[in-house]
Design a protein around this ligand. Structure first.
Ligand code: PBG
Length: 337
């Protein structure tokens, strides 16, 4: 005797079966719409002028602040993993009210750029252009009457970018969110003959709580107040497009959305509207959450990391700035063997 269920399934004549293309790993590989590769990554590196040995950042397991002497080994490893680019952040010996170590010709980032260029000339070196790691108050610009003065700050950001270009930086990345910073830096670079130095603008950079671990790592938390008078308000999607549009008009070569995971819609909007190379910054808090949950055994951090990096690429980013770069490059290599 036929059951009711059996009779029902007999009647069904399915034409379309999406599961045909999910059957085996080899078929799934062929069908992948988004392929993550180590060539998508830019790896952030912290260099600390006060250290003689590298120190792990407690809220970012596996990520270190490097001394100049430890840097070589790290760079060799990054290059060996076929990661095409690094993004440098510096921690200076001295901080002051105008962040003068940011634009010192022998500043820590300038020294690191020269060392990396000697060691791995093919590696793309990008440098963060901001003052917050270098100022004693921790804000991204000059303070007047307890506010960050926009136009005066442009001068210091321009000097920082020029000194990094002099050291050999390929890409300068203004992240201070001052109006007109891209234009000011482009003019300053061109005046000094650095026509070939590219600008990666942190265009849509939101005032995000996901920067917490970075601020511990870079000791760059503001002493008072917060960054909401210059970084973007998280709810604003259209304003992000205005920021990107302005930076492109000012001469940005690469534009960025930051953070990445809570802003995948903004990445997609930017991809649909602009043809410039688009970077997304998978920030410190996004890394820390996955690492912490992994260490607790709450999820599989390797799979979650690869899933999120794939999502960032699927949303439309073609450069992914991520602390997972080294790990992910190793995982992808293992998977392809
Ligand atoms: C400097 C800067 C910050 C980050 C990159 N550049 C911190 C901030 O704006 O407070 C954050 C990166 C991260 O969280 O990984 N202005």
């Amino acid at each position: 005797m036929k059951s009711e269920l059996y009779e029902f399934s007999e009647k069904i004549q399915l034409t379309n079966r999406l599961r045909r293309l999910r059957e085996r790993e080899s078929v799934r590989t062929l069908m992948k719409e988004t392929r993550l590769s180590s060539s998508d990554f830019m790896y952030p590196i912290f260099v600390d002028q006060r250290l003689s040995m590298r120190e792990e950042i407690s809220s970012m397991p596996g990520i270190y602040r490097f001394s100049m002497s430890d840097l070589n080994k790290e760079i060799a490893e990054v290059a060996g993993l076929k990661i095409p680019a690094v993004l440098l952040f510096g921690l200076p010996k001295h901080k002051d009210s105008s962040g003068s170590e940011a634009y010192a010709s022998d500043g820590i980032v300038q020294q690191a750029v020269r060392a990396i260029k000697k060691l791995a000339p093919e590696l793309v070196v990008a440098t963060d252009v901001c003052l917050c790691q270098y100022t004693d108050h921790g804000h991204c610009g000059v303070i007047r009457n307890r506010t960050v003065e926009n136009d005066e700050t442009l001068e210091l950001l321009s000097r920082t970018a020029v000194s990094q270009a002099e050291a050999g930086s390929d890409i300068v990345g203004p992240s201070a969110m001052m109006d007109g910073q891209v234009q000011a830096i482009r003019q300053a670079l061109d005046r000094r003959g650095f026509h070939q130095t590219a600008i990666m603008a942190y265009s849509a950079k939101f005032a995000s709580a996901f920067y917490g671990p970075f601020r511990e790592a870079a000791e760059s938390a503001p002493l008072w107040g917060d960054r909401r008078s210059y970084q973007m308000d998280p709810p604003n999607r259209r304003e992000a497009i205005r920021e990107i549009e302005m930076d492109i008009k000012e001469g940005a070569d690469i534009v960025m959305v930051k953070p990445a995971l809570s802003y995948l819609d903004v990445i997609r909007d930017a991809r649909n509207q602009f043809h410039h190379p688009l970077a997304a910054y998978n920030v410190s808090g996004e890394y820390a959450m996955i690492k912490a949950a992994g260490q607790n055994g709450w999820l599989d951090d390797k799979r979650v990391a690869l899933e999120t990096l794939t999502a960032i690429k699927r949303a439309g980013a073609n450069i992914i700035i991520t602390y997972f770069a080294k790990d992910a490059a190793k995982w992808l290599r293992e998977a392809n063997q």
